[in-house]
Design a protein around this ligand. Sequence first.
Ligand code: NAP
Ligand code: MG
Length: 460
Amino acid sequence: MLSPRDGKVIASVDEAGPEDVDRAVRAARLAFDEGPWPRLPARERASFLFRLADLVEASAEELARTISLEMGKPLRDSLGIEVPAVAKTFRWYAELADKVSGEVTQSSASALALVTREPAGVVAAVVPWNFPLTMAAWKLAPALITGCTVVLKPAEQSPLSALLLADLASKAGLPAGVLTVVNGPGPVTGRALGLHPGVDVVTFTGSTSVGREFLRYSADSNLKRVWLELGGKSPNIVFPDAYDLDAAADTAAWGIFFNSGEMCTAASRLLVHRDIADDFVARVVSRAAAYFPGDPLDPATRMGPLVSAAHRSSVVARVSEAVSGGARLLTGGRACLPDTGGWYVEPTVLDRVDPAMPIARSEVFGPVLSVLTFSTTAEALSLAGDTPYGLAAAVWTRDLATAHHVSRSLKAGTVWVNCYEEGDLTVPFGGAKLSGHGRDKSVHALDKFTDLKTTWLAFP
Ligand code: NAP
Ligand code: MG
């Protein structure tokens, strides 16, 4: 595999074919059906996750460097954001493990009705490369804590960090078969997992098109449950009465250029009121220079390269297509830093974007902001909803009624008011429409990995 940093070979990784996937699923099946894991007291399962969190922290430098090398995230974010998020996730679910209970329902005096949460079985977790270990931890922690066993399939672009995590899990003492990592191309390795009759649940984060494939795999095999967390085209709506337009401009720029725009929740559509549009867009454009890309291993770099040469070409082509269609390029739009051999693209802002243009409707997954304007709240809402996605949205206003009306009206899994990308493990994360339906994080993630069982005891 090649590093996006300089296009050079950094490792070669074995690919798991269908037979390897079968071995991994059989091991997970055995660990679930006969092993100690689902039978341990929840508190004991938690102790393994606490140990894993400690080991993740102790290996933070190595994990962060590996992520930055394999997928190009700046070290300041892999070390400052991603690795701490992984440790926090394992710890948060470990703390939750023995605090979730079943129910005793109101039944007749001659019966006792229990509703218990049973672990769902063998989970296949299939994740993308943009937050390789955070996405993995969001699946692994709740699945493991409920007593499930897991086969993890990372993206081809980020196999190394997942292998390091597997190594730490074995150092934490997880019993054999509880967590297995299988690397390899999606259409081979991912497909074999999706079709395997020994898998009970698929938890998937990635693109909408591959999400559809997993629903087909399920239909064509054992009707396994498929949870989908997919792409987005999130609107960031700015009203003239926002508390602080400079803070809103800082956040609008960060919302699209953070992680090179390779974010499912990227603030890729700026919807700004016509009265302030020219001034506000100028403020956003002035911030773009701070994100001019650089070496992801340099601690000062705020934006790294894109994940692959092919992805870089597709992002640049999307910008050219938008400009040919009438959008105006305010800054960026080109590949840059060719001497590095890496896959860098300038931070890009396009205005005069028409809502019907492809750039306004489908995900770019790069550092490309599209600006659209509105005059009324109704127009803002209509523009905001005019994509097939429903992952996230933001609204900037000091008017409580507007904030409430807009956030209640938007079809989205998360709405931020006067902020963007905020959150912690207490709140669920996921989408609506073509952004999928699964929820990661929070106590609600346990629903994905548990079955409710009713036990009705009669006392004749
Ligand atoms: P992707 O191409 O859909 O891949 C996601 C995973 O599915 C990878 O492990 C991939 O493996 C595998 N895969 C690909 N084709 C497959 C197939 N035919 N059968 C089975 N598995 C297959 O997505 P990506 O490029 O890695 O990530 C970007 C996408 O993820 C964007 O759409 C983004 O919005 C979305 N995302 C969503 C969230 C969220 O929580 N909603 C979070 C982050 C990212 P290979 O790569 O090895 O082929
Ligand atoms: Mg891929």
